[in-house]
Every structure is written in structure tokens, then in C-alpha cells.
Design a protein around this ligand. Structure first.
Ligand code: ATP
Length: 342
């Protein structure tokens, strides 16, 4: 294990006024660095879905107890579908304050990147004002981009194919970026396993209630307007439940057909999740290419160990967390310490 948190002083988020003036700024690069350092500090954990962002955020927040987490997953902003959207359950948050996690009513419609910029900006200011340090965690890169750039142009989307706006590297916070990366082949294998685990832990019941065609009839707007309609799992199972409504009110009889339709829905969820991961990695590379100083942590070996884990073997679990600790947490702690001391 790495240095315990009490060895670490509470950071002053902004350098003392005048501290940087001791020898006076010299080169334009130094001036730019000093300007950056005068801004509020923000740690950002990036990565594709399933790559271990939440795990790393907790590993860091438990070592450095002044961190508070701000969610930047666009589906986890809303209340509901906790299993389907993979929200960290409250007991698993280990007492670390989490902001913008399930706080909004999905019936009020989708957040725009501009709205996210506003609410996440407020959350960050309130954390900083309490002399805590914000940590942004979540995979929605368009929201992260909207939040961080100095000048945000509403309506612009730097990730849209063919859109030629470039990524700006002028950011409104003093940012430290950690990028948890897992090779796509290993991540794909892990994501398929994770979907099976989510189904085992009640995703189907959650979706049955959410997508129930009978519930839709009471209130036409239920799924068509909710911001959660796009969460992976909803479109796939809405199709399934139309044919086989929950509680067996639909086509009875051919169990084999039903089984096949179910497996098709699960297959589609797995495919769409892997597609999402691939697109997220492309977006991260785009941001890196645009000058964002992302520090990559390779979690592939750790995930290889996870994929090889059988639930009956306790040593498997130990093996993966030992690799994770050594290859991801340790280097992250080093980077974060340096950042906090700057
Ligand atoms: P885009 O502009 O494509 O929406 P983005 O970077 O803003 O990309 P992503 O987080 O990549 O946002 O989400 C893209 C899509 O992936 C969402 O619209 C949703 O369908 C799905 N998705 C993202 N996060 C989740 C989640 N936690 N649970 C379920 N589905 C999700």
C-alpha cells in the first residue's frame, strides 16, 4: 500500500497570492504555467466504460481524504436505472461525497453540454470554496470537454465527424488528467462478462419496470421523453418487452422463441457497450491529440487477471488487485501528489 493519507497536507487549491512573483515570470511558457497554477485545481479521471474509473477514484479519495467526486457520466446524472447505468451503490462510495450522481429527474429531459458545464461548474466551485479538491469522474467526453474549455461555444461538438472545430487546450481549471486505459480486446471481454453480472444482479427486473408497455399507456411520455431512454439496455429490452411483456401477459407458449429474443437483446447490449467503449477511446485520443495532457495508466494486465477470474478462486481476486495496485494506483498516487504540491 502507498503512503497513508494523513501524511499528506491539505493542499491549498490556489497558490498564495504573490508566491509566484518571487523571481518574476520569465519565458512565455513559464508565464502560461503560472497562469494555469492560479486556477482552481481539478483532478480528472478519464477512460472508457468499464475501465475502472470509479475504482481508481475511490482508491485516490480514500488516500487523499480532501477529494470530492463530481460525476461526468451523462446517464448517471439522472435518478433511476441504477444497475443498468452502473451507478456506484451508496455503501460502495465509502463515505466519499459524490456530486451530480442520480440527482436529476430524467423526465425533465436531456442535459445539454452547456447545462452540464453550468451545473458541474457550480459543483466544482462549491467544493473548492470549502477547501476541498474536486475530482471529475465519468466517461462522457463531450460533457467533459464542454465543462473544461475556457471558451465554450454552445451547439458546437468537437467530436462530430466532419465538424472541423478543433479541440482547445485552453482550460478553465488547473487540470491533472489521469486516463485509465485497457486494450480494447481485453476490455471487450470484460464488458461482456460485466453485462452478465449486471443481469444477475437485477438489471432485467429494473428494466422490466422501466420499459413496461402497460406503464407507458398510463403516461405516454414515460419512455419517449425521459433522458434515460438512451441508456444502453433500454432500447434493447423495450423491443423484447413489447413482444414478451413482463409478468407473462404476452405471447405465451413458445419458450424457445422467447429465450432466443432474450439472448438477442443481451447480445445487442454487449455489442452496444463495446461500441461505446471504442468510441470513447477515440474521443479521448482526439482530446489528447488536441493538446490535453492526459497521463495514461495501462490497466490491461489487471483486467486480464479479472477476465481470468473464476468466482470460486479467492487467489484470483488477490492477483488482480495486486496488479491494479502496482500498475495503476501507485503511479496515479505519484502523479496526484506532484500535482497537489505544485
Ligand atoms: P455522445 O455525444 O455520443 O452522446 P458523449 O461523450 O457525450 O457521447 P457518452 O458517455 O460516450 O457521451 O455516451 C454516449 C451514449 O452511450 C449515451 O447516449 C448512452 O446511450 C450510452 N451510455 C453512456 N453512459 C451510459 C451509462 N452509464 N449507462 C448506459 N448507457 C450509457
Amino acid at each position: 500500500p502507498t503512503t497513508p493519507s494523513h501524511h499528506h497536507p491539505l493542499p491549498h487549491n490556489k497558490p498564495r497570492r504573490g508566491a509566484h512573483m518571487a523571481s518574476g515570470p520569465t519565458t512565455p511558457r513559464q508565464q502560461q504555467q503560472q497562469q494555469q497554477q492560479r486556477k482552481d485545481k481539478l483532478l480528472i479521471i478519464m477512460g472508457a466504460t468499464g475501465a475502472g474509473k470509479s475504482r481508481l477514484s475511490l482508491d485516490l479519495a480514500t488516500r487523499f481524504p480532501f477529494f470530492e467526486i463530481v460525476n461526468s457520466d451523462k446517464m448517471q446524472l439522472y435518478a433511476g436505472l441504477d444497475i443498468t447505468t452502473n451507478k456506484l451503490p451508496i455503501p460502495d462510495r465509502l463515505g466519499v461525497p459524490h456530486h451530480l450522481l442520480g440527482e436529476f429527474d430524467p423526465r425533465h429531459g436531456d442535459f445539454t453540454p452547456g447545462q452540464f458545464r453550468a451545473v458541474a461548474g457550480q459543483a466544482i466551485s462549491s467544493i473548492t470554496n470549502r477547501r476541498k479538491v474536486p475530482m471529475l469522474v465519468g466517461g462522457s467526453n463531450s460533457f467533459i470537454h464542454a465543462l473544461l474549455v475556457d471558451r465554450f461555444e454552445p451547439g458546437s461538438n468537437v467530436f462530430e465527424p466532419g465538424f472541423n472545430a478543433s479541440v482547445s487546450s485552453e482550460l478553465r481549471y488547473n487540470c491533472c488528467f489521469l486516463w485509465v486505459d485497457v486494450s480494447l480486446a481485453v476490455l471487450t471481454e470484460y464488458l461482456c462478462k460485466r453485462v452478465d453480472e449486471m443481469l444477475d444482479s437485477g438489471m432485467l427486473d429494473e428494466l422490466a419496470e422501466f420499459c413496461d408497455p402497460d406503464r407507458q399507456d398510463e403516461d405516454e411520455s414515460t419512455t419517449s421523453q425521459t433522458a434515460l431512454r438512451k441508456a444502453i439496455g433500454v432500447p434493447e429490452f423495450t423491443r423484447y418487452f413489447k413482444r414478451y411483456p413482463p409478468q407473462g401477459r404476452g405471447e405465451e407458449g413458445d419458450d424457445r422463441e422467447r429465450r432466443r429474443a432474450y439472448e438477442e437483446a443481451v447480445r445487442a447490449i454487449k455489442d452496444n457497450t463495446c461500441q461505446l467503449a471504442k468510441r470513447q477511446i477515440e474521443k479521448i485520443l482526439r482530446l489528447k491529440g488536441g493538446g490535453w495532457d492526459l497521463q495514461r495508466l495501462d490497466a490491461t494486465d489487471a483486467f486480464r487477471a479479472v477476465v481470468a477470474t473464476t468466482s470460486s478462486d479467492e487467489d484470483d481476486g488477490k492477483r488482480w488487485s495486486e496488479i491494479w495496485e502496482r500498475q495503476v494506483v501507485k503511479p496515479s498516487v505519484k502523479i496526484v501528489k506532484r500535482f497537489l504540491m505544485e
